[in-house]
Write a protein that binds this ligand. Structure first.
Ligand SMILES: Nc1nc2c(c(=O)[nH]1)N[C@H]1C(S)=C(S)[C@@H](COP(=O)(O)O)O[C@H]1N2
Ligand SMILES: [Mo]
Length: 430
């Protein structure tokens, strides 16, 4: 019995693809791998204990900090913050999520990315109202407290700006970390009511096919939304990871359109007008529409396409000595669930399937992991996601050919990280 198990264990230690990728099932049996590494003295991670007993540190000799009313992370984590656009410049403010420093699939509220055209309005929920009008039998207004009485649902869903990863359209690879390159993406547990409940109550005209959603911020940002989406899984949300939505993310309420381009998820929602046609507003015409090779604009890219990126190791990080590592990252698709993620450590010559942290949720980030024995030589790491519709994340070359170099939004190609001799990780085009 034992012998048999050892045989299959050592089979698991055989690489499953080029340049040291190991079987993902090892992640469930990692104790065995590390035990092997310690006894053979090669490639282990921990340091052999030198002295006994363990030293008593100063923090163990005194009473610790008092409990605050609202906790914040350790001051040792003070560098884990959003990186901000230039706030002294008028116009759109941005804050990007530090994906290199967080794990799992939920983005903590304090580092959820932000795109705000006129800052965060200071809305008093007692005074805020939502109006539904246009092609409906009976226009309705709802107070905040009215809305909180409707039946609610909770879903874990990502939101990604159509301009996320835009630096990757650059002809030469920009050297920056994943936060700068792919930080306009976050994932939360959102709680709210179905938009269809309110539209049904107002009596939506069967001939209506569009609506326009408008925010209460200084630019009253607005976007056209197909009624089909509004009646499907669209929500008006009030809670983000269990607490009231952050002011920058739409307090006290926002429209949430799972899987759809970030911009359509109108924050500080104040008005929905049901219409017969799209309104062609500034933010859906001057922005978020891509110029095609034939010179015509591609209007309305709604669901965000299948995508993934390795967060560890990632750009500007540094690997230390050769040995065992866990490659980890996030995958998502606006069309549904991630079906699988494949990893390459040899620049795309060979791929092997990564383990997915479960449960895999639709239109949510999915965390993937892969064991890798790095031999210290230059390596190119890639992740390639496939979603439940069978759509495969394209290579950069394929994306550039199919979309053309004039695209400015909706970049979803495979991200390659170069690991140099010595361990420095950088952005590379393959
Ligand atoms: N009212 C309003 N809604 C808005 C915006 C805005 O500036 N005003 N920015 C949009 C853009 S461009 C994006 S990508 C998402 C970002 O949502 P977040 O800031 O909560 O991450 O909100 C969208 N909703
Ligand atoms: Mo956006």
């Amino acid at each position: 019995m034992a012998r048999k198990r050892r045989n299959s264990d050592s089979q698991l230690l055989q690489p499953v693809a080029g340049n040291g990728l190991l079987d993902r099932r090892l992640l469930l049996k990692s104790g065995m791998v590390f035990a092997g590494a310690v006894t053979t003295g090669v490639g282990g991670i921990a340091t052999r204990a030198a002295a006994e007993p363990l030293a008593v540190d100063p923090w163990s000799k005194t009473i610790g900090a008092t409990v605050p009313g609202y906790s914040t992370p350790s001051h040792f984590e003070a560098k884990v913050v959003k990186t901000l656009g230039d706030a002294t410049r008028p116009g759109t403010q941005q804050g990007r999520t530090p994906h290199q420093d967080i794990d799992g699939i939920i983005t903590p509220n304090g580092v959820h990315f932000v795109v705000a055209r006129a800052g965060a309005p200071d809305i008093d929920p007692e005074k805020h109202q939502l109006l539904i009008h246009g092609m409906v039998k009976q226009p309705l207004t709802f107070s905040y407290n009215d809305l909180l009485r409707y039946p609610m649902e909770t879903h874990v869903r990502f939101i990604e700006c159509g301009g996320n990863s835009a630096p990757m359209w650059s002809k030469t690879p920009i050297q920056a970390n994943i936060q700068a390159l792919h930080g306009l993406l976050s994932c939360s547990e959102w709680t709210g009511i179905r938009l269809s409940t309110l539209l049904d109550e107002a009596g939506i005209d069967p001939k209506a096919t569009w609506m326009i959603a408008e925010g209460a911020d200084g630019v009253t940002m607005n976007r056209s939304v197909p009624v089909a989406k509004a009646m499907d899984d669209a929500m008006i949300v009030f809670y983000q990871n269990g607490e009231r939505i952050m002011p920058w993310n739409g307090y006290p309420m926002r429209l949430f359109l799972p899987g759809y381009e970030g911009n359509m998820n109108v924050k500080w929602l104040r008005r929905i007008k049901v219409t017969a046609e799209p309104t062609m507003t500034k933010d859906e015409t001057s922005k978020y529409s891509d110029l095609q090779p034939n010179g015509r604009a591609k209007l309305f890219t709604f669901p965000m396409e299948v995508k993934s990126v390795i967060t560890s190791p990632s750009g500007m990080q540094s690997m230390r000595e050769p040995g065992l590592y866990q490659i980890s990252g996030i995958a998502w698709s606006g069309f549904g669930r991630v079906r699988r993620v494949e990893i390459s450590a040899d620049g795309g010559k060979t791929f092997a399937e990564a383990a997915l942290d479960g449960p895999v949720l639709p239109k949510a980030l999915t965390r993937f992991r892969m064991p890798w024995r790095w031999d210290g030589s230059p390596s190119v790491l890639m992740s390639r996601a496939v979603d439940e519709t069978g759509a495969v994340q394209p290579t950069r070359a394929a994306l550039m050919t199919s979309r053309g170099a004039q695209f400015r939004y909706h970049y979803n190609a495979i991200q390659s990280w170069n690991v140099a001799q010595g361990g420095a990780v950088s952005n590379v085009y393959v």
